[in-house]
Ligand binder design. Structure first.
Ligand code: C2E
Ligand code: CA
Ligand code: CA
Ligand code: CA
Length: 279
């Protein structure tokens, strides 16, 4: 069993354990990596429980330096955030993911959702809406096929302003999801006012489902809350049948996790799509 602890915790230790000079080196390397085209996207299926089908994929960025091991985003996203490099990197991610989504449509795969993570900086950037509009136009991906993943922490500080941004994003026709849900402090009142489509239950609660009554309670509460607010609900990090059973009992709609598929390069996923195609 891979118990990696709370996701957020792992994230912070990764960021903090890197010494200052090492960070500076990393920052320079990241800049070069972006211009050298060393970033790649992996895609992980999002499963519709009722239909037993893929409803979409999440795009997850990796850094592949030549002749070296692949670097996971936990290692470089925090630094990219701090330095502002996340803005051009995030733009590349958005464009690449949308183009891939369109390519899969054109190849005859059933239309599904392409989920893309947005960072705090991107969310606060003034031209976010314009960028998304432009990328959709360029790539010809239908807006309903793009799902933006945001975290609660992004809108808690300037809630009113955030609602406006979310409404503008929504007016483009894209879908909005709250990532790592349960780790922040969203009040129900706000949640109700946010024009969101989906809650993604943080994987830290999913990990403990089989043995921790608190995690089970939290997951059940989130699922019930989503139902009341008429939002889709997805459980992240599903690794075992036991976790899946418990989530199913509570009426969870969507799943993502190693039990179904790991994040893999686009070509590898296409093989799987073909094998799982139901006609
Ligand atoms: P996240 O958005 O919460 O993404 C889910 C993470 O859980 C991914 O880690 C995924 O590989 C991992 N995961 C999926 N299923 C399982 C499972 O069954 N068990 C376990 N233990 N893990 C699972 P990854 O790819 O290392 O990404 C880590 C984080 O880096 C992401 O967390 C997200 O916050 C950030 N990230 C990744 N790509 C991007 C990006 O393009 N832009 C931004 N801003 N952040 C990104
Ligand atoms: Ca995510
Ligand atoms: Ca997440
Ligand atoms: Ca996370």
């Amino acid at each position: 069993a891979k118990q990696e602890g709370r996701n957020t915790y792992r994230y912070h230790t990764d960021a903090l354990s890197i010494a200052a000079n090492e960070r500076l080196v990393l920052e320079t390397q990241l800049r070069q990596a972006l211009s050298a085209g060393e970033f790649v996207l992996h895609y992980q299926p999002l499963i519709d429980a009722r239909k037993g089908q893929v409803m979409g994929v999440e795009a997850l960025v990796r850094w592949q330096p030549p002749d070296k091991a692949m670097v996971s985003p936990g290692k470089f996203i925090p630094i990219a955030e701090e330095t502002g490099l996340i803005v051009p990197l995030g733009e590349w991610v958005l464009r690449t993911a949308c183009a891939q989504g369109r390519a899969w449509m054109d190849a005859g795969f059933p239309p599904f959702v392409m989920a893309v993570n947005l960072s705090v900086r991107q969310f606060q950037s003034e031209n976010l809406v314009e960028l998304i509009r432009q990328v959709l136009e360029e790539t010809k991906l239908p807006a309903v096929c793009l799902e933006l993943e945001l975290t609660e922490s992004m809108f808690m500080e300037h809630a009113e302003q955030s609602i406006e941004i979310l409404k503008t994003l929504k007016s483009l026709g894209v879908r909005l999801a709250i990532d790592d849900f349960g780790t922040g402090y969203s009040s129900l009142t706000y949640l109700k006012r946010f024009p969101i489509d989906k809650l993604k239950i943080d994987q830290s609660f999913v990990h403990g489902l089989a043995y921790d009554p608190n995690d089970r309670e939290i997951a059940a509460t989130i699922i019930a809350m989503a139902r009341n607010l008429k939002l889709d609900v997805l459980a992240e990090g599903v690794e075992s049948e036991q976790q899946l059973d418990i989530l199913n009992q509570h009426g969870c709609d969507y799943y993502q996790g190693y039990l179904f598929h790991r994040p893999v390069p686009a070509q590898e996923l296409e093989v799987w799509f073909r094998e799982n195609k139901r006609n």
